[in-house]
Design a protein around this ligand. Structure first.
Ligand code: NAP
Length: 505
């Protein structure tokens, strides 16, 4: 069989929520000449990879799902990972996307040719050509291992939370968990009862609020089946409840105070005053990092076999982790719950635009894209979950869907237009980015006194978070207008982006 495939209208990299969502919309629009290249052997993306103990979503499932595929059968308010993965699999199957996916096909490079206006995508399963190339690989797909001196010399087992080894028996082991983010707070209480000794290495304390989870009753699920409007109402209520919480991120003092008190009261209700509570108390403004939800993370530290280590790690040696006070923590296993390569996206190191310009080079001071999806110099290329797409407070599926609306219209335009090509003008992209940068000034992410992966350290720009409400993300970024891609200066004021100060205070 030839290793050359195509020409396709569209090649999509990644079969997670974003890739499956885009493919579904393309099919529903009758645009069928596409293929998804997926590096793994299953769909699901980050929900396939992150199957660590306790993995679940901290955004309510009726909201964290496709608008076009409401699911009356979610078992809990916050569904576990297995159920979310099953939902994505069913979406691919029932929307007849399955047979459009090339599994075990990792995109190694994608290059635009001006000569014939075609993308050539070289993958581990062969070479594909297409008029349009879409990155739907996400920003939580490549695990980030901590750069700790000597980690390769550890004699025990080391793995990242996104590469959990289900076959490895933790019972009776001395385990370290490095990191205290959203993944860690789910892992720690899940493994604490099993392991012999658990040491959590904390660099900075997270703010944690209550996690009001519960099972949906059979009666509720029956109602969602019979009265779909009740399901839609659930989703709407969840969305707007999250939007209400957003205003806090802009630094409105009374709202900051309210949510900070809620988090600190949650801590105080679970951990008695004393050194442990002090160590678990954050030293920055709430919201600067993701506000986590858990009812069982803090109590885990009250178990005799669990300890919290806040002395910085200096090195890993054969038998364990050495901290700055000289102590050696002897270990069998190190779990790196240290996040993802979200700032300098690995896919950007594989995409070459006009004149063989590398996307990562173009973004060497941080990511930026017009409407969060289009980059000058990269014609007929759009990116989902790229710059300014993270939301600390609402559903990232909603964000991807808003981008997909824009992208599907852009693709239709390309396929129908005589030129067969669409590229955003540099001035338009720069003007858009300048407005997003200006919106991010004064937010808790830049001014909250923490260090996080929301900010690109190379430029101190907020490149991963959308610094406004989720509904405004859709208002600003979903509408597609080919004329806005052009050089007309009058188009540079991007409708919908509000300067700081115009937000409800
Ligand atoms: P993360 O939020 O980036 O947290 C990484 C943790 O590792 C932080 O506590 C960080 O400390 C620590 N760390 C990193 N490098 C370190 C080093 N060299 N030494 C010591 N500590 C180090 O990663 P995550 O928990 O995997 O979450 C990533 C994102 O995934 C979340 O923000 C969220 O968007 C998503 N997620 C969502 C859910 C959900 O339920 N929806 C669940 C899991 C993950 P510092 O804070 O000091 O940097």
């Amino acid at each position: 069989m030839s290793n050359q495939h195509g020409p396709y209208d569209v090649v999509i990299a990644g079969a997670g929520f974003a890739g499956i969502g885009l493919a579904t919309k393309l099919r529903r629009e009758g645009l069928n000449n596409f293929v998804i290249l997926e590096r793994a052997d299953d769909v699901g993306g980050t929900w396939r990879d992150n199957h660590y103990p306790g993995a679940a979503c901290d955004v309510p499932s009726h909201l964290y799902s496709f608008a076009h595929r409401p699911n009356p059968d979610w078992s809990h308010i916050f569904a576990p990972q297995k159920e979310i993965l099953e939902y994505i699999r069913a979406s691919a199957r029932e929307e007849q996307i399955d047979d459009r996916i090339e599994f075990n096909a990792e995109v190694l490079s994608a290059e635009w040719s001006d000569l014939d206006s075609v993308w050539t995508i070289i993958s581990s399963a062969g070479t594909y050509t297409a008029r349009v190339f879409i990155s739907a690989v996400g920003h939580l797909s490549d695990p980030k291992m901590p750069a700790i001196q000597g980690i390769e010399s550890f004699a025990g087992k080391v793995f990242h939370s996104a590469n959990w080894d289900d076959d490895y028996e933790l019972a009776g082991k001395r385990v370290a968990v490095i990191g205290t983010g959203a993944s860690s707070v789910q892992i720690v209480p899940s493994i604490a009862p099993v392991v012999e000794q658990l040491t959590v290495f904390q660099r900075s304390a997270p703010y944690i609020t209550a996690r009001p989870d519960r099972e949906y009753t059979t009666a509720e699920k029956r109602m969602f089946h019979r009265l779909p409007e009740t399901l839609a109402a659930q989703r709407r209520d969840m969305f707007w409840a999250n939007e209400e919480r957003y205003a806090q991120r802009r630094g409105t003092p009374s709202l900051v105070q309210a949510v900070q008190s809620a988090a600190l009261n949650h801590l105080a209700s679970q951990i008695p005053a004393g050194p442990l509570r002090d160590k678990l108390t954050p030293d920055y403004t709430i919201g600067c990092k993701r506000i986590l939800k858990s009812d069982d993370y803090f109590p885990a530290f009250l178990q005799a076999n669990v300890s919290l280590e806040t002395t910085p790690i200096v090195e890993v040696v054969g038998s364990g982790i050495r901290t700055a006070d000289g102590a050696l923590h002897e270990l069998d296993v190190i779990v790196a719950s240290t996040g993802f390569e979200a700032v300098d996206l690995p896919i950007a190191h594989r995409v070459y635009g006009r004149g063989r310009e590398l996307l990562a080079e173009r973004w060497n001071m941080g990511m930026q894209a017009y409407a969060t999806v289009a980059v000058n110099g990269f014609p007929n290329f759009w990116i989902i979950n790229g710059p300014n797409t993270g939301l600390g407070h609402n559903s990232s599926v909603y964000v991807a869907e808003a981008q997909i609306e824009h992208i599907v219209e852009a693709i239709s335009h390309v396929l129908e237009s005589a030129a067969g090509m669409l590229e955003v003008a540099r001035a338009v992209e720069d003007a858009y980015s300048a407005q997003v940068d200006s919106m991010s000034q004064g937010t808790v992410w830049l001014d909250g006194g923490c260090r996080s992966w929301y900010v690109d350290a190379r430029s101190n720009r907020l490149t991963t978070i959308w610094p406004d409400f989720a509904f405004s993300f859709r208002e600003v970024n979903s509408p597609f207008d080919a004329e806005r891609y052009g050089d007309d200066n009058s188009m540079h004021e991007i409708e919908g982006i509000r300067p700081i100060g115009q937000l409800a205070q």
